[in-house]
Write a protein that binds this ligand. Structure first.
Ligand SMILES: [Zn+2]
Length: 324
């Protein structure tokens, strides 16, 4: 392990001691009233995928960042198009070593389409991938990955046939794999399959990665089946889980959570979306990644602190955060 990584993990252990004291204090405080966050921490986590760079935080971004950093957490803000990628880089540079950035063009932004997300509906603008623009961003300090990029067959824009959609997405994805390779960065992979073929998009994405001979990626918000998970693990990819694993209908997915070796797992919120069960329906934020770690611990019969320690170490190594 590099010296920087070791330092970051030592810092995390220090935080853990502080938070163990806080747990004691919060238990005492609970006798008299509620605690600041409603649950105690045992160790700071790294939210490896969220979007504090999105408009959902425009009114209280400073407060959200403050409570995240006060908890000792670190965060990777992920871009989805040119504007949000740029914003992620700005945030990383305002909070060096604490907030990090990933930059890329999300497959949803290749066509103009209305996205009816349960929590926050939005309309996407059409953008053409500009390798020069994203290449310049990739060189900026604080950029630790190319992402999120990949394939999304779930939403087919009106007037576009599925083949055209898939071809354009695969071409754009391939260009971004080459960008990651060129800058020696890992990939944050977005996959959303169609209802009719729940593994199809995953298998297509894996094929593109293998075609490019670059599988240094994390499949963000993994919701595929066990067999597909095995294929990604065999290819050398990491899998990352969101609050979806806390939902009551996540039974099959929990089989995957149980199966994946813990040193191949990362945790994330995908905030502002996908708030975990205890806070479901609210705007999500990095602090709530704790509920994802708790669920992993529960289904695997581990201590939460073991999951926290290992997923943090995984994220530090995978994104090379120790150099900051
Ligand atoms: Zn995302």
């Amino acid at each position: 392990m590099e010296a920087g990584s070791r330092q970051l993990l030592t810092d995390c252990k220090k935080w853990r001691e502080i938070y163990e004291i806080r747990i004691f204090m919060s238990c005492s405080v609970q006798l008299y009233g509620s605690t600041a966050y409603g649950y105690p921490f045992s160790m700071p986590l790294i939210d490896t995928h969220c979007h504090l760079n999105f408009n959902a935080y425009k009114d209280d971004l400073d407060a959200v960042i403050k409570r995240t950093l006060d908890a000792g957490m670190r965060v990777i803000n992920v871009g989805s198009q040119s504007s949000t990628s740029k914003r992620a880089v700005e945030l990383a540079q305002q909070h060096p070593g604490k907030l990090f950035a990933a930059v890329a063009l999300h497959p949803l932004h290749l066509f103009e389409t209305y996205v009816n997300e349960v929590e926050i509906p939005f309309k996407t603008r059409e953008e053409v991938f500009d390798p020069k623009f994203y290449g310049d961003l990739a060189k900026e300090p604080g950029v630790v990955a190319i992402g999120e990029c990949g394939l999304d067959y779930f939403r087919v824009p009106e007037g576009v046939d599925v083949e055209t959609l898939a071809k354009k997405q695969k071409d754009t994805f391939l260009q971004q794999i080459y960008l990651a390779q060129e800058h020696n960065l890992p990939l944050i992979l977005h996959v959303r399959a169609s209802k009719e073929d729940p593994q199809g998009a995953y298998l297509d994405l894996l094929e593109v990665l293998q075609h490019a001979n670059y599988t240094r990626g994390v499949v963000h918000c993994y919701t595929g089946d066990l067999d597909t998970a095995r294929k990604f693990l065999d290819a050398g990819c990491m899998l990352s889980f969101t609050g979806i694993i806390t939902f009551p209908n996540a039974k099959d997915l929990l089989e995957v959570v149980k199966f994946v070796p813990l040193d191949r797992v990362m945790v994330e919120t995908d905030a502002p979306y996908l708030a975990p069960q205890p806070v479901r329906g609210q705007r999500n934020e990095p602090l709530y990644v704790q509920y994802v770690a708790q669920k992993i611990a529960e289904v695997r019969g581990l201590q939460v602190s073991d999951v926290e320690e290992q997923t943090t170490a995984n994220a530090v190594a995978f994104f090379n955060l120790g150099i900051y």
